[in-house]
Design a protein around this ligand. Sequence first.
Ligand code: OOG
Ligand code: NI
Length: 456
Amino acid sequence: MQFVPSDHVRAAFSATMSAMYRTEVPLYGDLLDIVAGINAAVLERDDGLRQSLASADELDRLDSERHGAIRVGTAEELRLLRRAFALMGMKPVGYYDLTVAGVPVHSTAFRPVELEALQHSPFRVFTSLLRLDLIEDADLRREAGELLGARRIASSRAVDLVETGERQGGLDPAQADEFVAEAVDIFRWHSEANVPLDTYGRLKQAHPLIADVVSFKGPHINHLTPRVLDIDAAHAEMQRRGMEAKAVIEGPPRRAVPILLRQTSFKALEESVQFPGAISLSDGTHTARFGEIEQRGVALTPAGRALYDSCLDEARGQGGSQALDYPDRLSAAFARFPDDLQALRQQKLAHFRYTVTAEGRDNGKGDAGRDPERWIAEGWAEAYPLVYEDFLPVSAAGIFQSNLGGQEQGAYAGKSSQDAFERALGTPVLDPFMLYEAIEQASLEAAAKAVGAAVQ
Ligand code: OOG
Ligand code: NI
């Protein structure tokens, strides 16, 4: 049997989700327009960027690139989604503990991990698991547990198709189409709540996120985020259009060489919800879905990340991140972070991928040495920054908070629990740093061979 490559299933899933979300949240369509306009303008005025994106095979992925975010209630739900995402070539990468920011979840990102897969369709889903154990009120905790235990987020056909895919080692074209439709359905918005209005109120009092997860039939997608090449322009355009954008852009400041990830979002929409009651439906509202735009830069090594964290801490330590002078403080704190490609490479702060030029290939006989800086200086090789494919915990906390209508909350007491998360997931999460390192090393090996470096 001929199976559909998992990269194609993921691309279809990403496109279908985007189409669905566009009808559910029309403002998302506006974000896509903003991003398309800015990306076209940036590529038009910056030919160097266009050429380097084209040579790095990144131009094509740009238009379809996005991430989604969902929140699940139980280990069973998380495991089922892990299996469904696996059929789309997405694996759990990284562990994010949001309890330190007062949000009762911990999370991972399902995403493709290999270079070719990322280039084909870099879709990722930030997936959070509710930590019921952090609900203080024992009765409410039990009630929430029962509600979650009783719901089924996927149709039985969706579960069948996951099992079929696992058994066969893939899905044939008809099965893949049906699987994509069933999988997208899991993340649809349901405007009828699962619980009466007063239960919703009690859950919301415990934490708005608990109400968002427990009160509905499934893990509705709460945002889909396109990738823009100039987030400052996007942020300004959101404000110009009267969208309620966040006060500041999350992440690093604007740089000549963008690093990691910068994000901005508009406030969650107030949506009407019908709550079942003893006698009749009552009307209420809920805020869940919002819009976000992001700019992705180069992935940092552990040393680069440590420097990033220390610069960020410095800026945040001098006063809140919502203060008007924050962008200036942020830029000042990052002055000690090198801001050109060569320095980032030589100081091993960021990850690169090396490809050999035609000249380098011709050279491929003598001993070119093992030093990629020499290959570059001789014109034998080129280095491309590896795109950061993951998320940032401090930024994620800021995004959660601004969209739960909440103020910054104190941390939940203690117990970060990667172990418990991995037990719920049924597998360890992958270490993002190792994935970038593997891509860089593989490219170095291949380049070394091609330029005729001595075999070690
Ligand atoms: C996820 C928030 C985190 C990001 O881009 O950092 C996130 C959520 O609100 O469920 O999406
Ligand atoms: Ni997001």
